[in-house]
Design a protein around this ligand. Sequence first.
Ligand SMILES: Cc1cc2nc3c(=O)[nH]c(=O)nc-3n(C[C@H](O)[C@H](O)[C@H](O)COP(=O)(O)OP(=O)(O)OC[C@H]3O[C@@H](n4cnc5c(N)ncnc54)[C@H](O)[C@@H]3O)c2cc1C
Length: 551
Amino acid sequence: MKRTVKTTVTIVGGGPVGLLLAMDLAWRGIEVVVAERRSAGEPPSVKCNHTSSRTMEIFRRLGFADKARKAGLPDDYPNDVVIRTRATGYELTRIHIPCRTDRFTDKSGPDGWWPTPEPPHRINQLFLEPAIFEHATSMRGLTILNRTDVEDVSQDEDGVTATARDLDSGEIFEIRSRYLVGCDGGPSKIRKIIGAKLEGDAVIQRVQSSYIRAPKLLGMIKGKRAWMSYLYNPERAGNLIAIDGKETWLVHNYLLRHEPDFDSVDRYACIRTLLGVDDDFEFEVLGEEDWIGRRLVADRFRDRRLFICGDSAHLWVPYAGYGMNAGIADAMNLSWQLAAYLEGWAPEAILDAYQRERQPITEQVSRFAMRHAEGAIKERTSVPPEIEDDSPEGDAVRKRVGKEAYRLHVQQFACAGLNYGYFYDDSSLIAYDGEKAPGYTMYDYAPSTVPGCRTPHIWLEDGRSLYDAIGRDYTLLRFDPTIDVTPLTNAAKKRGVPLKVLDIPSADLPEPYTTKLLLSRPDQHVAWRGDVLPDDALGLIDLIRGAAPKT
Ligand SMILES: Cc1cc2nc3c(=O)[nH]c(=O)nc-3n(C[C@H](O)[C@H](O)[C@H](O)COP(=O)(O)OP(=O)(O)OC[C@H]3O[C@@H](n4cnc5c(N)ncnc54)[C@H](O)[C@@H]3O)c2cc1C
């Protein structure tokens, strides 16, 4: 007889998305088991370098933001992005992003105005994942089975059985649960099991990436340090990212059109060209991480008791640093809906909202990222030959290219729209009122209380962040304490829907709030707003818990 591990939700894959989903479910009181091939706390390869503000807001709810912010680059290391001809060459432009020490006080950069308690954080996945892992292991109800490979999954009317292999002992055992979520990355087995197909553009760019140790490089770079440097010269284009802020770096070498595959170029020679160093310069390649930039979104995110999240559901070029961050946003959407059903206050129909809400958003983000990639490819393949000339003409060219590069790249490095702008405009769980949500781009964002938008962040009079004051579940924000909201709280009680009332007395409604009442969902999106309660309070409660007649 095979051993069986029993739980409520199984998560296949303990990357950033799987672990965040597990943490949020456990925080909501749902028992969860994560099966992960890697050993306990084993870092991934160097990939993601940007933890978005929205992700940091999620970390804050889970009590993990401070730990995440402490990890990564040294305190005083500028998070700036620069465009240079070569790492040791001319600087063309600089996008200012404050270092950790100044992150909460320096508002001079293009993201300084953002309405959030948690600005973004530049940290490589190499440091972030072990920190997430450590926090996850401290949570009650969350079990991580490391060195465990899920080989197969089947579902029946009552639950899901995952067949797993202990990679050390070879033992085959089963994990039995009510639901299973595949957070198993790009090659996802669960995506194949649910019969989902990736649709989109299979190849946008090929990038030969090397993780290097070069202890002398920092001292050879002229001017102020930077977290990320785009490198454009007439020979090659690439990107250099500071990993530990001392001696380790990630170098992306963008293959040119006539270089069809990774073996067609000399890795070491390309690195020297991009860094602008000669053959005597010493460096060591610690890892090779070659990848193909794509734009692919799965045509379905669910088959009955099986879901997919993160890279298993979508893959795209990492412009704006929005692969992991979009995956974590998926996980937060699915988590509260699963918990609502498993806690018994929502019907199973609530689970239909996950795909209906998230799929259009991931499609949209994938197109933003691809459009940006196209702009960047055009930019780096049309570098003027005079760009490195030590002459007034060379100065003029560098100034012009730098100006254009700033305009293009500030959109991805200060991507307020990607962080906060997305809204759910066709959800069965949201009470729409006819007003259209403001459009957004990667960069542009206008805070709004239109149902479906992110509940706009404000600072409360007592200095607290609104997000620290609102509850884990539904929160009714009441700006006028004289309004009697008992019909709604009674209706919620009748259906078992956890709902907290938060009074925010203020003479004038704080911008951008326009109504005296606003119902915020467990994932901090607006479910309903108004100056008075609707006549049918029970109808509103049924709608937001997925029990309204289908539309
Ligand atoms: C060069 C590069 C730069 C990037 N930069 C950024 C960035 O700045 N910001 C950003 O948001 N994203 C970025 N990304 C994307 C980001 O790295 C991914 O989106 C992110 O890792 C996805 O997380 P995930 O948890 O969905 O999948 P993964 O990180 O791939 O994790 C999947 C996990 O599942 C495990 N697994 C797989 N199959 C099984 C199985 N059968 N049984 C058990 N375990 C299994 C794997 O071991 C792995 O740990 C970048 C990617 C690249 C390549």
